[in-house]
Design a protein around this ligand. Structure first.
Ligand code: GDP
Ligand code: ZN
Length: 458
């Protein structure tokens, strides 16, 4: 494939210590060489080497910047094209001067995601890997980042490829059997289809089972802190935010709901919803009777219900238990540093299966146990021990579900002793659907839409 040479600032916007201007394409080295003055001309530089020198304005010979330039020659690069990376000072003015200089030499400003798109189009990565790059940019916790990284490395791709291979082999067998009808009866063929089909069905099911956890890691868990006034909601919020600063990625062009705050609890990103409301509103109990606040609660995937251990259980507390029936919740018995007067047996029975954790937020006690409980609620072995290859992308989930459906139809057909070639149609459809996960036979519009989600310089 032939492409023009593109460039962009590939470090996040803002004032970092250094910034990188990346150039990719056939003319990358020539362009950089035109504006670079150092010991060795870049055209003669070996691949994967770094060079110290200055950028100069070729028409005036004016020195623009002191830089380090990396020369990365095709094909062992991210885009499979020649890549130049110019490391310069991080100020907005100097970075933009470098970018302007590169543009003046004939490079084109890259669209968002265009570097990754090239990597995909040049066959360096497949679609699920490219989507992993998007997740990587957006990841809010290390754990989410690791999952995305696994996807970029191609863990999901290789799983999907293996399943496709299995389906392909099955279909190939079927064809052999059709060609030699005297050797293998139709029933034998159907038995084989059933056996292999069932294997693949189960594997897809397992992949889909990871989807829920993957979604949590990707999007964060909508979490509401509730409780009567003065029980310690704000204190809990503060200690969670204080101890677990979430990674905040600045994605230009996306607006973030200002009412949300992310915290990272043992790798589980909690999206504290309506935190402004929780912070300001001390009359949340009055509101809880109102239908509206019930609805807000209904959106939550996790409730942190704070009770005051040093007071008796009140009518309002009981009403709140009522309001969060059947919801994922951790009951926080706060103020354990004071004399405990709450009826703990009653609390346990109202909590049911849900964990009850004693804390003294004042003395910073019990917070570890609380975090442990939250992590265990969503990841059986805790997040640390959990397998990292989650399916977390909505598009992948939809395709896997459809593929599973197609295989189930094939299995039904085999049970009903339908003609083999009819069953085979469903198997082939499953094979095609799985192909879409990794980007075989996808529509161009989908590709454009996917890559437009990237930020500039990726
Ligand atoms: P909110 O109204 O539920 O948000 O409660 P706050 O977090 O604002 O806390 C109300 C009061 O309880 C504040 O004076 C806190 O210092 C105090 N408080 C919070 N946690 C504890 C605790 O564990 N022990 C004691 N003794 N006081 C606490
Ligand atoms: Zn408060």
């Amino acid at each position: 494939m032939e492409f023009d040479t593109i460039t962009a600032i590939s470090t996040p916007s803002g004032e970092g210590a250094i910034a990188i201007v990346r150039i990719s394409g056939d003319a990358a080295v020539t362009i950089a060489d035109n504006i670079f003055k150092g010991k060795t001309p870049l055209a003669k530089a070996e691949t994967h080497t770094i060079h110290y020198g200055h950028l100069i304005e070729p028409s005036t010979s004016e020195i623009i910047e002191e830089v380090m330039v990396s020369v990365l020659r095709a094909p062992r690069t991210f885009t499979k094209e020649d890549i130049i990376e110019i490391n310069c000072h991080g100020g907005i003015v100097s970075v933009n001067r470098v970018l302007d200089l590169v543009l003046s030499q004939g490079a084109r400003l890259a669209e968002p995601g265009e570097f990754t798109k090239r990597a995909f189009l040049n066959g360096r990565i497949d679609l699920s890997q490219a989507e992993g790059v998007i997740d990587l940019i957006r990841a809010k916790t290390d754990r989410a980042m690791n999952v995305a990284l696994k996807q970029v490395e191609g863990r999901l791709s290789s799983q999907v490829r293996r399943l496709r291979q299995k389906l392909l082999e099955t279909v190939a067998h079927v064809e052999v059997n059709i060609d030699y009808p005297e050797y293998d009866a139709e029933t034998v063929t159907l038995e084989l289809l059933k056996e292999k089909g069932e294997e693949v069905r189960q594997e897809i099911e397992q992949l889909l089972m990871t989807a829920k956890q993957g979604k949590i890691l990707r999007e964060g868990l909508a979490t509401a802190i509730i409780g009567r006034p003065n029980v310690g909601k704000s204190s809990l919020m503060n200690s969670l935010v204080h101890e677990n600063k979430a990674i905040v990625t600045d994605i230009p062009g996306t607006t973030r709901d200002v009412l949300e705050e992310y915290v990272n609890v043992r790798g589980v990103p909690l999206r504290l919803i309506d935190t402004a409301g929780i912070r300001e509103t001390e009359d949340i109990v009055e509101k809880i009777g109102v239908e509206r606040s019930r609805k807000a609660l209904a959106d939550a995937e996790l409730i942190l219900f704070v009770l005051n251990a040093a007071e008796e259980l009140s009518k309002e507390d009981e009403a709140l238990f009522e309001a969060i029936q059947d919801m994922n919740a951790v009951v926080v018995l706060n103020k354990t540093d004071l004399e405990i007067t709450i009826d703990t047996d009653r609390v346990s029975s109202l909590a049911g299966e849900r964990p009850v954790i004693g804390t003294s937020l004042l003395r910073e006690e019990g917070i570890d146990e609380l975090e442990q409980a939250i992590a265990h609620l969503f990841f059986d072995e805790g997040v640390e021990g959990a397998d990292l290859s989650y399916v977390s992308n909505a598009r992948h989930i939809a395709l896997l579900k459809q593929a599973k459906g197609a295989i189930e139809e094939a299995l039904e057909g085999a049970d009903m002793m339908l003609p083999v070639d009819m069953v085979q149609i469903d198997i082939t459809r499953a094979w095609e659907l799985l192909g879409e996960v990794i980007g075989d036979n996808v529509h161009e519009s989908l590709i454009d839409q996917l890559f437009s989600q990237f930020c500039l310089g990726k």
